[in-house]
Design a protein. Structure first.
Length: 363
């Protein structure tokens, strides 16, 4: 998934020239709405871990909903165990799946179920006391080692392989604690997830909306980052919107997986919108998926719903590129139509889905 950094100056100048007449949050009367159940913006820096930051931010919000207060959970704990699973899967398929540091929400669910969770204070992924994440060397080392194993036709990792992989991860991310103390009590990662956070990984649903599969069924989303072949619930686009809106109106939040490559996704101006009105959101959504003009390349966290001066819906979205990254200190406004067309999938607590839609989804 997308790393935060380094848009070339000439691209910035091009955007300014092309979109100098584009709508802006001031002319639309968009103001930050009250934000509830949301932890501060973080910075993934030079790492392809937006999927972990977005998902962990959702879990932190869920903890606040449960009355646990504001917790700071470890994104790199999730990333570490997912690295190992990625290597195992890539070898099992003999290199036929997409091998990347990126991921999706179900990768987080798998780690939670097998390894639990830890707070940031117990595992920050910065073993040398670095100020920011930089995974260039780590990603390169993992890729080279995995390719080496593939060349040797190794399909199943052996203890010697795990030891080497762990040594690389320990060097770049730090050793994982078997036990740790949090607010005066000792936990293991699994007991922290269950006893302190009270989070059940099965409480969440990944939802999309495409017409090449039946609605109200589940299907394996044809996206390269879905390297595990996980299934998503499929609903009509108006219900897709209704699920997100209901969640936000009920105090829940929504994890977002979608396209940030559009020229009208202007994070530095804190706004994402479509350049022209769309009469059929479902058809536009489908065609842009099939012709690959919609890319699913970044994950963020939707934390509030508001309206502009014309009464149109806009989502307030929390990114993971740092609080000094744009004029809204790491947030942006996303129009309803951009959300409807350019979102690959959303993740919500199943309780946040309207009852009549949940019944049709059979969950």
């Amino acid at each position: 998934m997308m790393k935060r950094f380094f848009i070339l100056p000439f691209l910035l100048l091009l955007f300014v020239h092309l979109y100098s007449q584009a709508p802006d949050i001031g002319s639309l009367g968009l103001k930050l709405p009250p934000i509830h159940n949301c932890t501060p913006v973080k910075d993934q820096s030079n790492s392809s871990t937006c999927w972990s930051f977005s998902s962990v931010s959702l879990l932190e919000s869920e903890g606040m909903l449960k009355g646990k207060g504001m917790s700071d959970l470890s994104e790199m704990y999730i990333a570490r165990y997912s690295y190992i699973r990625k290597i195992e899967t890539h070898l099992k398929t003999q290199g036929k799946n997409f091998f990347t540091p990126g991921g999706q929400f179900h990768d987080v669910v798998w780690v939670l179920k097998h390894y639990g969770m830890v707070p940031e204070a117990a595992y920050n992924g910065l073993p040398g006391g670095e100020a920011a994440h930089n995974h260039q060397e780590l990603d390169t080392a993992i890729l080279h080692y995995t390719n080496k194993l593939l060349q040797k036709k190794i399909a199943v990792l052996q203890p010697v392989h795990y030891r080497y992989i762990d040594s690389v991860l320990d060097r770049h991310l730090g050793k994982v604690p078997a036990v740790f103390s949090y607010k005066g009590k000792v936990y293991t990662p699994l007991s922290f997830l269950k006893e302190y956070l009270g989070i059940n990984p099965d409480d969440y649903a990944e939802i999309t909306s495409y017409t090449h599969h039946p609605f109200y069924s589940s299907f394996i989303l044809e996206d390269k980052y879905n390297w595990t072949g996980d299934a998503y619930y499929n609903v009509p686009v108006q219900e897709f919107i209704a699920i997100a809106n209901n969640a936000l109106q009920k105090g829940y939040t929504v994890s977002w997986d979608g396209d940030v490559e559009e020229p009208t996704f202007n994070f530095y101006s804190s706004i994402a919108y479509l350049p022209k009105p769309v009469s059929n959101l479902q058809a536009e959504r489908q065609s842009s998926f099939e012709d690959m003009s919609t890319s699913i390349d970044h994950m963020m966290h939707i934390v509030a719903l508001t309206k502009d001066i014309n009464g149109a819906d806009w989502y307030l979205v929390k990114n993971s590129w740092g609080s000094n990254s744009n004029k809204l200190k790491g947030y942006l406004f996303m129009s309803r139509d951009y959300f409807a067309v350019k979102t690959g999938a959303i993740i919500v607590n199943k309780k946040a889905i309207p009852a009549e839609i949940r019944k049709k989804m059979r969950i």
